[in-house]
Every structure is written in C-alpha cells, then in structure tokens.
Design a protein around this ligand. Structure first.
Ligand code: GTP
Length: 597
C-alpha cells in the first residue's frame, strides 16, 4: 500500500459515549463485514465486555475506503480500552497511530475519561478530530459541548463532525475527515525493519497472535524476527490483516498494521511496547516508551470448596495466557486453605477476572479484601513490598510505611459538589484543584489508593446519582501512620479479613467491621465474640448470641417434606460457607464486611 493512502487512528471517548457504535458504523458503511455477519459491537470480543459495555483489550480493524478524491484509502482503527484501569494499554496503542477521533456525547458533554484519554492522544502528538455523537437525542446541545471542548480540553472544536452513530447520520463525513484531516504515517521502506508490538492475545487455534505497527522496513511471511527487549527470536508462520477476521497478506510495509503468528507459546513471551526487527539485519535502536503494566491491587482468591483448588489453578493459568498484566502466586491462609494471591491493574480488572473465573470456569470463590502494595521501610534499611496484610512483619522491625497515592479527577454537576468533597475528605483526600466548566465542576484530589480500592467508585456514583465521572493515575508513594488491623472471630484471627488502615480511622473501621460481621455471620449453638484488634489491643468488640432452637423445631414434626426441604436448603447454604475453627462464615461476609457506608 502507498503510504500516502494510509490513515491510522483510534477513537477516544468516555464510557457509553458511543465509541463501539461508531466503530460498527464505519465497518458497516465501508462493507468491511458483510451485512449478515454484522454483530453489534464487532470489536468487543468477549461476552463480559459486551455485558458490561466496556472495552478491555485493544483490537484493530482494517477498512478499505474509496474517498471522494477518487483514491481508495486503507484506514486502520485501533480500538483502545476506555476504563482507567487500562490506561497503560491506551497509552501504548496511541503510539501506533497518528490521529484520534474524539467522540463526545452531545447530550452529556466532556467527562473524566474523555479528558484522561484525550490527554494521552495529545501526548502522542495526535491530530484530533472532535466528533459530537448522539445529536439525534432531544437533549443534545452540540454548541454548548463544542464550547466545553474548547474551554476544558483546549482544542479547536469549530469543525466538529456532528453525527448519530445510532441512525447513521454524519458517518460519511467522519470517513472523509479521517482522510482529509489526519496525516499519513511516515516511514522508510528501505531501512531495517522496526515494528512496534501493540498487543497480543491467545487464540486457541492459532496460539499467540501479535498485533504490530510497522514503522520502517518490510515484514514478510517466513521472516526470521527478533524481539529487542526479550531477545527471543521466531520465524513468522502467518502474516495477516484484520478485517476484522484474519485475511493473510504477503507483506506489511511502513505505516501498516497487521498481525502475525510465530509458534509463540504464551502471551507472557510478548512484551507490549517491544520492538520487532529482523534477526539478521536489526535496526539500530529500539522504540522508546517501553513500560510493563504493573499490578497495583492485590487480593486472595480461594475456592469455597477446597477440592476445587486444581480447577482454580488451571483456570488462572488459562486466563493468564491472554492477560499478562494479571499476576498470581500460590498462597496459603490459615483460615481459607490453599488459594492464590493475585495482582490486578485496578478494581475493575479484579472484578472482570473474578467474574470470568466464576462464570466461565464455574468456580465458587472467596475473594479477600483488596489491598494495595505498601512499602515497608525496615529498621535495617531494607525496603519491602507488602502485597498482603497477613504478611505484615513484627512492628518493631518496621521503621515506617509508605502507601501509593493517586491524582483523582472528578467531573460533577454543581449540585452534588458538596457531597463529592465530603466523600474525598472522608477518604483522607487533599484537594488540589477546583474549576468550573459550564454547570459542572472539575475537582482534582490527591488520595490514598488504599481508600479508593474498596468502594469509592460505588459511593461516588450513589452520592451523585450516577452523574459524576472519575479517573485516576498513580502519582507516587508517601509515608503515613498505617497499622494492620486484625479481626478475631471466636478468639481466632481470620487472616483473610486483616486490613492495613490509617491509625486515625482504625477505630471507626474496626467498629463498622465487627458490627457488620455480627449481622453477616449466622448464629451458632454458642456465643461468638467478634473483635477488631491492632497488635494485641482490642479496639472494637461485638458478641453474636447463641441460637436458641433447632431450625426445624418450628415444623412441629408433622410435615416431613417441609422439614426435608428446610434441611436441604440449609445444606445448599452451607456450600457458600467456610469453617473457621468452630465457626462458619459465609462467603459474602468477606467483601461486605469491608464496605464503608
Ligand atoms: P464502551 O464500550 O463502554 O466504551 O462504550 P462506548 O463508548 O463504546 O459506547 P457504545 O457504543 O456501547 O454506546 C453506548 C450506548 O449509547 C448504547 O446504548 C448505544 O446504543 C447508544 N448510542 C450510541 N450512539 C448513539 C447515538 O448516536 N444516538 C443515541 N440515541 N444513542 C446512541
């Protein structure tokens, strides 16, 4: 393909502003997929993504577009994930393209993820075409939103393309704007091969599929290639473009985007951001900006039924084939037995993985409290990462503890601003900035990540009736007065319920947790003390009184079927319980106890 006739772009948008619908329309209008094969939301491959309406893995599609100037152009769309947890995936896929369509819902305006994503596009030196979507809605206010884009983002919005991805209005204008307003890629065909590894995934038939963007040189089927960072060498056995199904192609030149397979065993062997070159005639320097995604939120995953441990291990291994950013390590808990300590990019990532384990692999899991990575500065000068509060060493050995902090950006209608400020303040936040854009406020807070991982997002949505949008980035580590709080049930510590907490908030958290547990743990035949403690000191205590009567007692012995039913129900309920010493704790208690209302 003539490089002048290539346009590479991505679509940046806040969740639900219509990115997938627009992508579908572009694919449909250019006949890339036959009408009968058109499934809504072509690019969101996984069911969970479809259900939750979020895009996780970056994917790509190649579109042939006959433009008004009489030439046919190759348009490569790289789909970027919309959610904050996947910010790293967004940033590297941005490096693979020259321009972005900035999609803003004309009835909603700019939101937190619009900002986060468009700043990444600006950082990557993209040409940006603003697209106002949903102009079919009576509530659409395109003129106001244009002004907002100019005020808040600071880019020219006077030539925004007005569309309705739903009705198809304005879609041809988007295609023309891509051709006329976005630049063609640059690259040297005669230089040694230099290609960027944009993404990779595991396909059960083909093995690992690698998505690349060629910068310089030419890549062909059969080529002997080398990954510059990992040093591994492979022979290409398939080269293709995605339309969006795979269509084999003889070669890819500068500016082109495609996929290859090369008998690569696991996704782990392919580092996103790595530079691919020819083994014999390598390029001189690697591409800049290589940075592996680091898990920031950890939690324990344990099978409810200890016999499911092997199934859990297999399921985790399978999921990791496809997601190198999710880490796992075997863990043993005194209370929960064998399980895994897993690391995730954020809370949403955690939920998605847990959901997939439960649904696709039919596992019942206990999830322990999510925890961030604390840095322990030991008295002997060593610095240790603490992934699990249960591993907290003796306090006398620790000099001080640091925790990760984030910069959180929240956009919210004026009337809810007070509630948002209170929420951030309650979570040990420090206000950094407060500005207005139209009738919305934009607040920036410095917050401890640990205070955000439980239920911050849920609380934010509930205090603002869903009108706030939120995005964050990790800024660094800071020392604070942090302690480990243990929970004792019937005088036995339940390690899966220990948390790291700020000393000033420990009493309130401890009280709230024991009160909750008292409601969540069913009564037993004996009295059960439930306590929260720091070191050896109890800071909160509740007592669950003993059960008086047998559950079947009220059946008067007469109705045998009813009695049987009741016992069966009780047995089924037990499936989701875990034995701690003499006490049974339901699975639901583990997360519920940690929520702060
Ligand atoms: P994520 O995949 O979560 O990032 O969302 P998205 O930005 O891809 O949004 P999506 O395309 O899934 O659209 C969100 C919702 O808006 C869907 O219910 C669409 O049907 C609807 N929608 C998209 N475009 C339009 C439009 O032009 N007009 C109207 N009325 N609704 C639209």
């Amino acid at each position: 393909t003539d490089i002048e006739r290539i346009r590479n772009f991505s679509i940046v948008a806040h969740i639900d502003h219509g990115k997938s619908t627009l992508a579908d329309r572009l694919i449909q209008l250019t006949g890339t997929v036959a009408e009968r094969d058109m499934k809504a939301q072509m690019l969101d491959a996984m069911d969970i993504e479809r259900e939750r309406g979020i895009t996780i893995k970056a994917n790509s599609v190649r579109i042939d577009y006959p433009a008004k100037d009489g030439h046919t152009y190759v348009l490569n769309l790289i789909d970027t994930p919309g959610h904050v947890d996947f910010a790293y995936e967004v940033s590297r896929s941005m490096q693979a393209v020259e321009g972005s369509l900035l999609v803003v819902d004309a009835s909603q305006g700019v939101e937190a993820q619009t900002l986060a994503n468009v700043y990444q596009a600006i950082d990557a030196d993209h040409e940006i075409v603003p697209v106002l979507n949903k102009v079919d809605l009576p509530a659409a206010e395109p003129e106001r939103v244009k002004e907002q884009i100019e005020d808040v983002i600071g880019i020219d919005a006077s030539e925004s393309v007005m569309i309705s991805a739903k009705t198809g209005l304005g879609i041809p204008d988007v295609l023309e704007a891509i051709v006329t307003r976005l630049p063609a890629p640059k690259g040297d065909r005669d230089a040694p091969l230099k290609a960027m590894l944009v993404d990779s995934w595991y396909d059960s038939y083909l093995g690992v599929v690698v998505l690349i963007r060629v910068m310089d040189g030419v890549i062909k089927k059969g080529d002997q290639i080398k990954m510059m960072k990992t040093g591994a060498a492979y022979k290409l056995d398939r080269l293709a473009v995605l339309k969006p199904q795979m269509v084999e192609i003889a070669e890819l030149g500068p500016g082109e985007i495609g996929v290859f397979t090369a008998s690569i065993k696991q996704v782990r062997d392919t580092r996103v951001g790595d530079t691919i070159t020819h083994e014999k005639k390598p390029c001189a320097t690697a591409l800049p900006g290589f940075k592996p995604a680091q898990p920031v939120v950890f939690c324990g995953l344990f099978p409810v039924d200890a016999n499911d441990f092997d199934d859990l291990r297999d399921a985790i291994e399978k999921l990791q084939l496809n997601d190198a950013s999710f880490s796992s390590e075997m863990e043993t808990s005194a209370a929960l037995g064998f399980g895994f300590r897993c690391g995730f990019l954020g809370l949403l990532h955690l939920e998605v993985i847990r959901d997939r384990l439960e649904r696709e692999y039919d596992l019942d899991l206990i999830t322990t409290a999510p925890s961030v990575v604390f840095k322990l500065h030991m008295r002997d000068g060593e610095v240790r990462d603490l992934h699990n509060p249960a591993d907290m060493p003796d306090l006398t050995l620790v000099d001080h503890i640091e925790e990760p902090r984030i910069k959180a950006t929240i956009l919210v209608p004026d009337e809810y601003l007070g509630d948002v400020l209170k929420l951030c303040q309650d979570r040990r936040g420090i206000q950094m900035d407060l500005t207005y854009a139209g009738s919305r406020a934009m607040v920036v807070y410095d917050l401890p990540l640990a205070e955000v991982v439980f239920d911050f997002y849920d609380r934010l949505k509930s205090v603002t009736k869903g009108y706030a949008s939120f995005d964050y980035q990790i800024t660094g580590y800071r020392e604070d007065f942090l302690v480990k709080m243990s929970i004792l049930v019937n005088d036995e510590p339940v390690d899966a319920l220990s948390i790291m907490v700020h000393r000033d908030r420990a009493d309130a958290r401890g009280r709230a947790m024991v009160e909750k547990l008292k409601d969540l743990i069913p009564r037993h035949m004996f009295k059960i003390p439930i306590q929260a403690a720091i070191g050896g000191r109890v800071i909160a205590r509740e007592t669950l009184s003993a059960m008086r009567k047998d559950v079947t007692a009220k059946c008067y012995g007469g109705d045998a079927t009813r009695k049987k039913k009741l016992l069966e129900k009780q047995k089924a309920g037990k499936k989701k319980m875990r034995q701690f010493g003499k006490v049974e704790i339901p699975q639901s208690a583990f997360i519920a106890a940690l929520k702060m209302d």
